[in-house]
Design a protein around this ligand. Structure first.
Ligand SMILES: NC(=O)c1ccc[n+]([C@@H]2O[C@H](COP(=O)([O-])OP(=O)(O)OC[C@H]3O[C@@H](n4cnc5c(N)ncnc54)[C@H](O)[C@@H]3O)[C@@H](O)[C@H]2O)c1
Ligand SMILES: [Zn+2]
Length: 343
């Protein structure tokens, strides 16, 4: 991507580790500036968006400039939204450095920020011109963040490829040991799966909703834990809870939830919400999700590993009786199935 000015956005963890290399390479190509934001979800804010756009204006970047997002999904979503809106849109290059950003956030063109009413409620679709993922940078990623990315890869196996899911389970130890060849194959297959879905439905009119498997519950868990629970860890819980609720509602093949829990367990991911999580608060959070339809949460549910259930009208999401979700949440908390009287 040739540009008159490259603006690299990174965060306080990734910047010191990896920005110098990127910045030096770009400076050779033309004027480049480096902009660091604090690490963490709180940087996906209107405040940081305003600071960054002002900084780019002050640096004199025009429409012939280019944004480079160097970091995890937080930097990608924030810098992406700056790119989408700066002078009505400038090119964006994603350089994801977390596994979650490599397998998920950097692909598909969703950008945005969080607002007091909820996560990702202000944003834009803005496809990157280029995504550059170098698995070597994962060497410095904290283990919990590595696991968070693996949870999204499990999701990709669940929605599209049972063999991939089995492969992740078989290679769990190599993945956790950051075997570069094994990680590279994982990134490759996950991107392939996500890109195929996004390619068929770029603006989320239908099928793209399957990428939200596990996420209705996950987003509610994130909300009730005040975003203390990292996204990927919430997704792990959500995948199992939604599959179990799908089983009791008759949409999902028996054994799917236990299968998922086994794969996630091999990766060191818990299928239970943090101790002390109140299931009623989780249910309430789902009912008030701003992205729900008319206050009734919808779920992208597996029919079986590798295949998603369809609604009678051909849609890709289904409603669930609250009783099924409550019982699945209880199972996740206690390891016990609710009796028929509870459902
Ligand atoms: N746009 C999308 O389609 C999409 C999809 C999924 C998630 N997301 C968003 O992505 C965000 C989560 O992304 P994330 O999990 O990457 O979080 P993150 O960006 O906060 O990164 C996680 C942590 O790892 C650090 N880090 C990243 N790369 C590192 C490296 N190579 N070495 C050392 N430390 C490193 C970061 O500084 C941060 O502390 C959420 O805001 C979520 O909404 C967006
Ligand atoms: Zn996710």
């Amino acid at each position: 991507v040739g540009a008159a000015h490259y603006a690299v956005v990174s965060d306080a963890h990734v910047g010191p580790l990896h920005a110098a290399r990127v910045h030096a390479a770009l400076t050779a190509a033309g004027p480049a500036s480096l902009h660091l934001v604090p690490a963490g979800e709180a940087s996906k804010s209107r405040t940081r968006w305003a600071e960054l756009t002002d900084a780019l204006l002050a640096a004199g970047m025009g429409r012939d400039g280019c944004l480079v997002a160097l970091g995890g999904g937080v930097v990608g979503d924030l810098a992406g939204f700056v790119a989408a809106t700066y002078m009505r849109g400038v090119p964006l290059v994603q350089v994801p450095t977390s596994l979650l950003a490599m397998v998920d956030a950097s692909v598909g063109g969703k950008t945005g920020i969080d607002v007091p009413a909820g996560k990702n409620l202000v944003g834009a679709f803005h496809q990157p011109r280029l995504v550059l993922a170098d698995p070597d940078v994962l060497a410095t990623l904290p283990l919990a963040e590595l696991r968070a990315g693996l949870a999204e890869a499990v999701k990709h196996g669940l929605i599209a490829d049972a063999d991939y899911l089995a492969g992740i389970e078989a290679e769990a130890d190599d993945l956790l040991a950051r075997n570069p060849a094994v990680l590279e194959r994982l990134v490759h297959r996950s991107v392939e799966i996500k890109a195929a879905v996004v390619g068929r439905d770029p603006l989320e009119a239908g099928e793209r909703a399957i990428l939200n498997a596990g996420h209705t519950v996950a987003h509610a868990l994130e909300r009730v834990t005040g975003y203390e629970l990292p996204h990927g860890l919430a997704v792990a819980v959500g995948l199992v809870v939604e599959a179990r609720a799908g089983e009791s509602a008759g949409h999902t093949a028996d054994g799917t939830a236990d299968r998922l829990a086994r794969v996630l367990g091999a990766l060191g991911l818990a299928a239970a919400p943090p101790a002390g999580t109140d299931p009623e608060a989780v249910l309430a959070a789902m009912a008030t999700d701003k992205k729900g339809r008319g206050g009734r949460p919808r779920y992208a549910l597996p029919e079986a590993p590798g295949r998603m259930a369809r609604a009678a009208d051909g849609g890709w999401t289904l409603p669930l009786d609250e009783a099924h979700v409550r019982s699945a949440l209880d199972h996740a908390r206690t390891g016990l199935s609710a009796g028929p009287a509870d459902v």
